[in-house]
Design a protein around this ligand. Structure first.
Ligand SMILES: Nc1ncnc2c1ncn2[C@@H]1O[C@H](COP(=O)(O)OP(=O)(O)OP(=O)(O)O)[C@@H](O)[C@H]1O
Length: 763
């Protein structure tokens, strides 16, 4: 893999420049589809040549493409903007911005043309656009910029039109970057970073010596040098190497002379050669059996310009059924772009690269775009049987394009399902990035709802992860609901402690614990799974499913409790009338004395929080909102000693007006108020008036400690001194000025206790 180490990051200049050249070639070819005059059919390629200076010190690398080229204006706008703001400053910032200062930022995102300055202190770009109706007489211009200067120059190329069409970039290498003058080094770099950066041929200039028969030995006083270009890669003669005349000199010794007398005479000649570096067929056309993981990753990096590691990929071929056969590779990116989650519903797929016979056609699927949930997927798909010169407009009505969406989505879901079935470890990794995508997909994509919802995983009161199918396989006899509890932003551990879970858990029922906002939206859309409805256990309607099996005795017991508690239920209904619409005996509590449950049309604590967070006045103003806020029930646990105690006290309250004791009643009312507020908090709601709550708690505490309820707290405090608008005159600075070191740089003061851990250098 090619993830950057400290010293490696500058190597990426070659990848960036080849990728730019590839784009320029692609642009020419695509523009020529509509304007035939732009391209005369001459080869489209990229050539690279390294030239050492004659004095042996330094040299330059020349990268040339026969692409769309740039006019003087385009050179200014495309390349000049950064030069103006200072190239070295920019590079320094880019190198340090990832916080490690090791340039991984450059490695990960690419700097384009400006990465040239990682290895060069001067760069010239000679460029000329093709002849067109708009530019009938193009002129070759040179853009020249120095790494240390915040300026650039553009001037007509004194050499005239040497390129014919395209761009030639010359990097004058820094003294510490001369290793890149070795052809082997560049070849290694291109194979490592850029073997897939161009779909056009990339040639490198090499020289090798060869022994050839000497047909004219008499004239040969010393070995002869001959230069010949074995393959001219472009219509424009590649720049003549000034140093081509340099010969390989072979020492003529006596021994050699003797040998030569007996052996047939040969001479060493220097052969110039253009060697193609990316001669292999495009990756997607190859047999998957012969492609290594590294190749898939390198291809992904170069082709989609995403230099992170993809999580998975799928290489497949097929037939559309409408007579188009295709080959494709589909990739799951290692992470989803931040922007995706900011506005998932506004996202549009831009990385479906449609090729025809190995040539890029478009990534704009127009009306046949992928659904939003899948808009991040990266795919190269090459159709053999579409016409090459198909225009974007005719493409839109092409049957294959209409089918493309279906083909990709089907495969994408297959990839996820296969990993889910066969490799749980890997799926866990995938789920970290795509877990929410499955939920979004199941909400958005009706056609694939079931398949996508099958992929979702949930934490439960019994295990760390389960699918909905696994949940159903674990349901208890008679269980007719899928139990879940949702509270966004909380942890599953927190939810597992909820008052609503206690009885279900104690009885051995499994409860799904949902912590993401999308979870509730998903269940709201699904409503049921394999005909079993979802039940929010914080809401009314909870059924264990075995109630019908209750023996008569148990039913009688229920009736008895109801009757016993009716005075408390009635009394509490009055006390809690501002908070709930009803008070009932609970069948969902074990230890807790009480809880607040939302009615069918009411807000659960979770929904209420979401409503507050969404801050929408429209949501919060209406009658429906008022109704939903109040649609709650206070459930009390008849087996709780606290509730039993309260029942006794309520029963003991005199009913006769004459015997009534307002003080006792008030005390009890305070207890009830704390109980109701406590139930709200226990159930995830907020207390409506926390001041009132704490003053009640204070009074009850005083009573329990035997402290007078009316005894005032000593509230005397020392008042502030009188107003004094006068400002302090400067006597001593509050902060000691930085002490200058001998070299004029400020000395940074570090507290003694931090001296061993911190080192700061000032520059
Ligand atoms: N070889 C080239 N031929 C024609 N135009 C080029 C060439 N190299 C660069 N350009 C032009 O210069 C622009 C700026 O190039 P640069 O590499 O800085 O950024 P980019 O290619 O747009 O983005 P990035 O490389 O970061 O993805 C390009 O968009 C393109 O228009």
């Amino acid at each position: 893999m090619q993830y950057m180490t400290n010293n490696q990051h500058r190597e990426i200049f070659i990848r960036e420049l080849i990728s730019n050249a590839n784009d320029a070639l692609e642009k020419l070819r695509l523009s020529a589809l509509t304007d035939k005059n732009l391209w005369d059919g001459n080869p489209l390629n990229i050539t690279i040549k390294a030239l050492k200076n004659e004095d042996g010190k330094g040299g330059r690398i020349i990268i040339t493409d026969t692409g769309i080229g740039m006019s003087a204006d385009e050179l200014t706008t495309n390349l000049g903007t950064l030069a103006k703001s200072g190239t070295s400053d920019f590079l320094a910032k880019a190198e340090s911005q990832d916080g490690t200062g090791n340039g991984n930022l450059i490695g990960a995102f690419g700097l384009g043309f400006y990465s040239s300055f990682l290895v060069a202190d001067r760069v010239t770009v000679a460029s000329i656009p093709p002849k067109s109706a708009k530019v009938p007489d193009p002129v070759q211009h040179v853009f020249s910029s120095h790494a240390d200067e915040a300026s650039f120059e553009i001037y007509p190329d004194p050499r005239g039109n040497t390129l014919g069409r395209g761009t030639e970039i010359t990097l004058f290498l820094k003294s510490d970057a001369t290793e890149y003058l070795e052809t082997d080094k560049i070849t290694e770099l291109i194979n490592k970073h850029s073997s897939f950066s161009s779909s056009f041929p990339v040639f490198i200039f090499t020289q090798r010596t060869e022994e050839v028969p000497d047909e004219d030995p008499i004239t040969e006083e010393s070995p002869i040098s001959s230069s010949e270009v074995t393959e001219a890669p472009s219509e424009a003669e590649p720049e003549k190497n000034d140093d081509d005349d340099e010969a390989i000199i072979e020492e003529v010794t006596e021994e050699n002379e003797k040998k030569e007398a007996s052996a047939p005479k040969t001479k060493s000649v220097l052969i110039d050669e253009w060697v193609q570096l990316n001669a292999q067929a495009p990756l997607w056309t190859r047999d998957p059996k012969n492609v290594t993981d590294d190749e898939y990753i390198l291809f992904y990096n170069a082709f989609f310009k995403d230099f992170t590691k993809p999580l998975a990929w799928h290489h497949f071929s097929g037939d559309s059924g409408s007579g188009v056969s295709f080959k494709a590779i589909l990739y799951l990116p290692g992470k989803l772009a931040e922007e995706y989650w900011q506005q998932p519903l506004a996202s549009k797929s831009k990385d479906i690269k449609l090729m025809v016979k190995r040539t890029f056609i478009t990534s704009d699927l127009g009306d046949h775009s992928l659904p939003k949930w899948a808009s991040w997927v990266k795919v190269v798909i090459d159709a053999d049987d579409l016409p090459l010169n198909v225009s974007r407009e005719t493409l839109q009505s092409n049957r294959f394009l209409k089918q493309l969406k279906g083909i990709i989505i089907k495969r994408l879901i297959q990839v996820f399902t296969k990993i889910s079935d066969e490799d749980p470890e890997k799926f866990r990794e995938i789920e970290k990035t795509y877990g929410s995508i499955f939920k979004l997909g199941a909400v958005e994509d009706l056609k694939n709802r079931e398949k996508l919802a099958s992929l979702t995983r949930f934490t439960t009161t019994q295990r760390n992860e389960t699918t909905l199918d696994q949940y159903l396989a674990n349901k208890k006899k008679g269980q007719k609901q899928i139990f879940y509890l949702a509270e966004m932003g909380k942890t599953p551990e927190h939810l597992a402690q909820s008052v609503f879970v206690e009885k279900l858990h104690a009885r051995g029922y499994e409860v799904l614990l949902l912590t993401e906002p999308l979870d509730e939206i998903l269940f709201g859309n699904l409503r049921q799974w394999k005909n079993v409805p979802f039940q929010d256990i914080a809401k009314a309607g909870l059924k264990f499913g075995d109630e019908d099996e209750d023996p008569e005795a148990e039913k009688e017991e229920q009736e008895r409790l109801k009757e016993k508690y009716s005075p408390l239920l009635e009394w509490l209904k009055t006390e809690a009338k501002d908070t709930v619409r009803d008070v009932v005996l609970s069948n969902r509590l074990v230890k807790s004395p009480c809880a607040i449950v939302a009615e069918a049309g009411g807000y659960t604590a979770n929904v209420q929080k979401m409503m507050t967070a969404s801050n929408s006045k429209a949501n919060r103003g209406g009658i429906l909102h008022e109704f939903a806020m109040k649609a709650k029930v206070l459930e009390i646990n008849p087996r709780s000693p606290l509730i039993e105690g309260l029942l006794r006290r309520v029963r003991d309250l005199p009913t006769d007006d004459d015997d009534k004791d307002p003080e006792t009643e008030e005390e009890l009312r305070e207890v009830a108020s704390i109980l109701i507020d406590g139930a709200l908090v226990r159930s995830g709601f907020e207390v409506p008036d926390s001041n009132r709550f704490f003053s009640h708690v204070d009074r009850v505490l005083r009573r329990s400690l035997g402290v007078s309820e009316t005894a005032p707290t000593d509230e005397t405090v020392k008042p502030a001194p009188p107003v004094d608008p006068e400002l302090p005159t400067q006597q001593e600075p509050l902060v000691a000025p930085p002490v200058e070191k001998d070299d004029g740089k400020p000395k940074v003061i570090i507290p003694d206790h931090m001296k061993n851990d911190v080192r700061i250098e000032s520059h």
